[in-house]
Design a binder for this molecule. Structure first.
Ligand SMILES: Cc1ncc(COP(=O)(O)O)c(C=O)c1O
Length: 422
């Protein structure tokens, strides 16, 4: 297949900032400049390449790239799908969606056999909230610090006034309870018998890598049963091997009524997310296939990526690799942070390949992030926790990349400490 060249030359570096300023948003353009002004144009494995010729070790990516960038198996599956049938008529049944649902359901907790594919994490949350309503579970309970997306329904359970306030009123009857606080949850549930839907993350990612005490999810499961509530576990960030298990709930052998997946399900190639549910929870969607639909939901091209992602994780034992690599990276981060603990760094915590560095001051997060970028390493801040720098490295980090990360983090922290003192 040949393609005609674009009529104008590709946008150069300054063009991109300018185009963002004129057509995407001034704020995003300013952010781009603060981050160094370069644009990202290529990626593979653990690397992102910029238009100024530099490459960056990607320990961020908001948790998407558990398989790294452009994993060959996922890219090949997507290419094949483009060459055959990328988008469906939606009139007939479509085999790739069916096989992707089967592949995902083979790994979801027992009983979660039904899968509804969507295009983003927030849409997965929306689907769960609508399903809960269809069961009369209209009273939503979320956890403080929880993040579940920014569309209007999802935002109602994303506990952050910065994102919520400009869009009030949101969904009615939403209660926030303390994360890792079963007593608080029980109090809320007891006042809402048979009316509640609880939405919870196994580890709060955007909440600053908050890891609950062992047994918390089991307690949530038991309380939901006692008070007739629907239990929705948001594994959009924690699932697909991120925590060193397929799902965060696996660590406690908990089966929710609904589980949300996203990010890594894309294989790092085509956006897709999913809501998996038990037969009972899914019944309203099973009965009426037009009750909740979206033109691009379960598209063959995205489902090809999801199917390849799951198969690749099986073939490469990604979950076990994430667990082993996560322990090594956490140990390395702890060692590098140790000289700064008490002053610059308050705590390092993590599970699998989700690691947080909590700083004593908010300003240190931005400083360290920029110090790392300047030295060629990408990480993320946490949307719901301003003092926590978040690392979500891929499961394909090799020894050389880990060494590079270790020395770069040490340099960045020393430099940040100097600036903070100055
Ligand atoms: C736990 C969790 N839920 C939901 C979302 C929303 O996903 P998306 O950004 O794909 O809409 C995110 C995104 O960071 C998330 O971490």
């Amino acid at each position: 297949m040949t393609m005609s060249p674009p009529s104008a030359p590709p946008a150069g570096r300054t063009d991109v900032v300018d185009l963002y300023r004129k057509h995407i948003g001034a704020g995003r353009a300013v952010m781009g400049r603060v981050m160094g002004g370069m644009a990202e144009v290529r990626s593979e494995g653990v690397w992102i390449h910029a238009d100024d010729g530099r490459r960056f070790l990607d320990f961020g990516g908001y948790g998407v790239f558990i398989l790294g960038h452009r994993h060959p198996a996922v890219v090949e599956a997507v290419h094949r799908q483009i060459d055959t049938h990328p988008l469906a008529s939606r009139v007939f049944l479509e085999p790739v969606a069916a096989r992707a649902a089967q592949a995902l359901a083979a790994h979801t907790p027992p009983g979660l056999d039904y899968v509804h594919f969507v295009n983003s994490g927030a849409e997965a949350t929306e689907a769960a909230l609508k399903l809960a309503r269809a069961h009369g579970r209209t009273s939503l309970i979320t956890t403080r610090g929880g993040f579940h997306g920014k569309t209007l329904g999802a935002l109602s359970v994303t506990a952050n006034p910065t994102y919520q306030t400009p869009f009030q009123p949101l969904l009615p009857d939403v209660t926030q309870v303390g994360y890792d606080d079963p007593a608080d949850l029980e109090q809320a549930l007891s006042a809402r018998r048979d009316r509640a839907c609880v939405v919870v993350e196994p580890v709060q990612g955007e909440g600053g890598v908050r890891i609950p005490r062992p047994g918390y999810l089991r307690q949530v499961r038991a309380l939901c049963r006692t008070y007739g509530a629907l239990m929705v576990v948001d594994e959009i960030q924690t699932g697909m091997g991120r925590l060193g298990t397929w799902w965060g709930v696996d660590a406690e052998q908990v089966s929710p009524d609904i589980l949300l997946a996203g990010k890594g399900l894309s294989g790092g190639v085509v956006p897709i997310a999913a809501m998996a549910a038990t037969e009972e929870a899914y019944a309203p969607f099973s009965r009426d296939p037009y009750l909740h639909t979206s033109t691009f939901g379960a598209s063959p091209i995205a489902c090809a990526a999801a199917l390849a992602a799951v198969r690749t994780m099986e073939d490469e034992d990604t979950v076990a690799r994430a667990a082993a690599l996560g322990s090594r990276i956490l140990a390395a981060v702890r060692a590098v942070c140790a000289p700064h603990e008490g002053a610059l760094v308050r705590e390092v915590r993590g599970r699998g390949l989700l690691i947080g560095i909590e700083f004593a001051e908010e300003r240190a997060v931005g400083e360290t992030l920029l110090e790392l970028i300047a030295r060629g390493v990408l990480v993320n801040h946490s949307l719901n926790s301003t003092r926590v720098l978040r690392l979500t490295p891929p499961a394909v980090v090799d020894d050389a990349a880990l060494d590079l990360f270790r020395t770069t983090l040490a340099e960045a922290l020393t430099s940040t400490a100097g600036r903070m003192a100055g």
